[in-house]
Design a protein around this ligand. Sequence first.
Ligand SMILES: [Mg+2]
Length: 169
Amino acid sequence: MARNIRDWQYEVHKTAKNKGWWDPQSPAEQQVAQDLAIITLLHRNLSADVEALRKGESPPSKKITYEQAEQTVRAMHPARVLMLSKLALIHSEVSEAAESIYDSEWVASYDLQYAEGSKKPEGLLSELADVVIRCLDLAAHLGIELSRGMSLKHRFNKSRTHRHGNKLA
Ligand SMILES: [Mg+2]
């Protein structure tokens, strides 16, 4: 069934809530959310390297340390920790997409794959879908519409200069 992005956002978030992913967190779950939030902050170090490489610059030498990230997260409101933890899960799906490219088991096709006897879709297409699903779910939780953000950002991208100012990637 064809759905527009707004409908997908509603459906995806409804399913996530039904599966318990937005239930009040136990102390153990709060601890995991904090650890995931720390990972998200540390991931910024690598993303800063990505942005520098795109601009043909040297990777920045100033990095956030684990201790700094931990301190920042501990001082943060739990709602913001939760958001950061959800971003860690989006990062994780991107890494799974990367695995589906370098893992020779799936090299024959980037379409959906199924391990023997399993109904779970895997492979690059599945992981890219996971990225979008997690983005839609987080947007719904925050009461913002991803489709609106996409429209505005796409319109802006069309107005940008060639390779956004001759970036290298
Ligand atoms: Mg996945």
